[in-house]
Design a protein around this ligand. Structure first.
Ligand SMILES: [Zn+2]
Length: 668
């Protein structure tokens, strides 16, 4: 029996996890030992001298839970990126225990008394230390510190149940995604699909021992193949498979979880003295109130829905029949082709993964921030496809960047950033950040050619990675992306601006076989076509955001998921059948399985800041090192160590303006 690798610091550079030594059986004992360690550390704090000091309480609290930090970071990556039945079983068992453990610390009365004593102490403290006290205190109040014992007991039960529900949702959705893939027996039906999409479908079928072609589903409602399949019947089948996920009455049905989660979240909010879950959530966002969210979404919804209806009429004219949701992408692609002489497939040879990564994403970070990247292959990895890069700036090595880019069955859908190690001056740690994507793996020997959406995702996720890499904070609590949810997408969205910046695009968009740059007319048309289809895209997004808000403002009980959804969309004015929500309730992982409940509005909230920042770059000479440095210093390095809107106003010199966003989305 080898020693459990999580119990001691990793011997590898930057605390990189020693994956060669890590096995599934290490997780459970490490979680148990990690919780016991942290509990003992908290007890040592509260057993300390009666008069607390900042060091013996707050600093000790920030340092606590080292084993738990290590095991949790690796485990969450296994859950998301190399899930097995064993991992899922551990997750189901440990998630409620971790929730209870963390609640017990947040609500510890002796610890809270010490924090309150320190808060009341008029001594001068640096801003980050003051904020740490305020945030820890707010956490406690929000978690029920002011409730009586019976209510606290109920709260503990509720939190444990919510944690289990969330895990259950994630597992069911993953299983359902596999089960919902569409098997095509007649290859003639695949007409229109690119050759590599056809071969990917053949390989997907073969991998499951099936005859024919298997079209696997991506997480949002819109399936990529819908843009090119000429067979209407197959399009309808694919769309139906997508939109009925989680609502088919099989063992992966999520409707019960949705109803129960919404009801329990509502109960928790009432217990804590809030009218609904959304009010509890928005309190810690930059939006500040549900009225502010409503004002923003309410401004956009009617214009977006009107634009979507106008776009639908245009497409119907082109198609010559009344088109349905599953026909939309196909005809949009044809109109785009006619009007802009641009089709998505013609661009892909110019977007080869390696070039996009090195000559696009990394290159832009070099010009803006002076970053350099060097791939290393001496560190162990959790999957052979994982790649690891040293990241340097002018002053030395910042940390490590890990890229896990290809789709596989054991990985959940979507794209995200997370960390194995977060930066903290207190702990002396430098960041080890990951970007995980789901790019279809090319056939052996073939280049990985990306769609423009994949390119955008790569730039986007790298924006989160920069937020983690540039973090320069004292306390781990505030590291990198530990900012409010309605702020966290802002740096990543800003980073998308470089993907079609002429200087960057020219550098990376080269034909994979000939090396020729993307022809200038194509670039121009790419720019012209940007606003095409924005009515649909905005409506789909807003429908999901408004649906999320509706689920989290319940004041009565709900028993029918589909009816609630239809009513909510109609009430918000975004019931446009041709543009269904980007996620329907039963596969809305952000809000039931992820951390975005009542927070899906955050993307467009962040985009206001993003569009306003794109203006700032334009006003200040665009792609210049000085601009990158300013953005890094004022926003990216701050993590959660300052109030985000104060940071924004310090950077921009004024409050954010919504006009650039309206112009960008054709809603002005
Ligand atoms: Zn993001």
């Amino acid at each position: 029996m080898t020693a459990n690798p999580f119990l001691a610091p990793s011997p590898l550079p930057f605390g990189f996890p020693d994956f060669d030594a890590i096995a599934e059986e290490h997780f459970m004992p490490a979680f148990v030992a990690g919780m016991a360690q942290q509990r003992a550390e908290i007890d040592a704090i509260t057993d300390g001298p009666d008069a607390p000091t900042f060091d013996d309480t707050m600093v000790a609290l920030e340092r606590s839970g080292e084993v738990l930090r290590r095991v949790s970071a690796v485990f969450s990556t296994f859950v998301a990126s190399c899930s097995t039945p064993g991992i899922r079983a551990i997750e189901a068992e440990i998630a409620p225990q971790l929730a209870a453990h963390s609640d017990a610390i947040t609500l510890d009365p002796a610890l809270l008394a010490r924090i309150e004593t320190l808060l009341a102490d008029p001594v001068e403290r640096d801003a980050e230390s003051r904020l740490l006290l305020e945030r820890r205190h707010r956490d406690a109040v929000r978690a029920g510190a002011r409730l009586g014992p019976a209510e606290q007991e109920r709260l503990r039960e509720v939190n444990a149940e919510l944690s289990a529900l969330s895990t259950d949702f994630g597992s069911k959705l993953l299983a359902e995604a596999g089960d919902s893939a569409v098997l095509v027996e007649d290859p003639a039906q695949l007409d229109g699909l690119s050759a590599d999409a056809v071969s990917a479908a053949a390989r997907a079928a073969a991998a499951r021992g099936l005859d024919g072609h298997l079209i696997t589903l991506v997480l949002p409602t819109g399936q990529p193949a819908l843009a090119s399949l000429t067979d209407r019947a197959l399009r309808e089948r694919l769309h139906t498979a997508s939109t009925s996920r989680g609502a088919r009455g099989n063992e992966h049905d999520t409707r019960g979880i949705v109803l129960r989660t919404a009801a329990v979240r509502a109960e928790r909010a009432r217990l804590l003295g809030y009218p609904h879950h959304a009010a509890w959530v928005v309190e810690i966002g930059t939006a500040g109130s549900v009225e502010a969210i409503d004002a923003m979404l309410g401004t956009l919804a009617p214009i977006a829905a009107a634009n979507a209806r106008a776009e639908a009429a245009e497409l119907a004219a082109e198609a010559g029949y009344e088109i349905q949701a599953w026909d939309r992408a196909f005809h949009a692609e044809r109109v785009r082709h006619e009007r802009f002489d641009l089709d998505a497939a013609a661009l892909r040879p110019y977007f080869e993964l390696e070039r996009v990564l090195r000559d696009g994403v990394f290159h832009a970070a070099g010009l803006l921030f002076g970053l350099r990247f060097s791939e290393r292959d001496d560190l162990p990895r959790y999957h052979p496809e994982v790649r690891i890069f040293d990241v340097f700036d002018d002053t030395g090595q910042l940390g490590l960047f890990v890229a896990d880019l290809y789709a596989r069955d054991s990985k959940r859908g979507g794209a995200w950033m997370n960390s194995f190690v977060t930066q903290s001056r207190l702990l002396g740690t430098k960041p080890v950040v990951l970007n995980t994507l789901n790019i279809p793996r090319p056939a052996d020997g073939e280049p990985a050619l990306l769609t423009i959406d994949d390119v955008r995702t790569l730039f986007h996720e790298f924006g989160h990675a920069l937020h983690g890499l540039f973090s320069d904070v004292q306390y781990p609590r505030f590291a990198g992306t530990a900012v409010p949810r309605d702020f966290v997408e802002y740096p990543s969205q800003v980073n998308e601006m470089w993907l079609d910046h002429p200087q960057i695009l020219r550098n990376y968009a080269r034909h994979h076989a000939t090396g020729e740059p993307l022809p200038v007319p194509l670039v121009e048309r790419l720019h012209e076509s940007r606003r095409f289809g924005e009515g649909f895209a905005t409506t789909e997004y807003l429908a999901a955001a408004l649906l999320d808000q509706a689920w989290h403002r319940l004041d009565g009980s709900v028993s029918d998921v589909e009816r609630f959804e239809a009513d909510a969309l109609a009430a918000a004015g975004v019931d446009v059948p041709i543009a269904p929500p980007r996620y329907r309730s039963t596969y809305f992982n952000h809000v039931w399985g992820g951390a975005y409940s009542a927070g899906y509005y955050s993307y467009i909230w962040s985009e206001v800041l993003d569009a306003d920042t794109v203006e700032w770059f334009a006003e200040n000479g665009g792609l210049r090192r000085e601009n990158g440095e300013t953005f890094r210093r004022e926003i990216l390095s701050k993590g959660g160590a300052v109030d985000p809107m104060q940071a924004y106003e310090a950077f921009r010199g004024r409050a954010p303006d919504i006009a650039p966003l309206l112009a960008r989305r054709g809603l002005g």
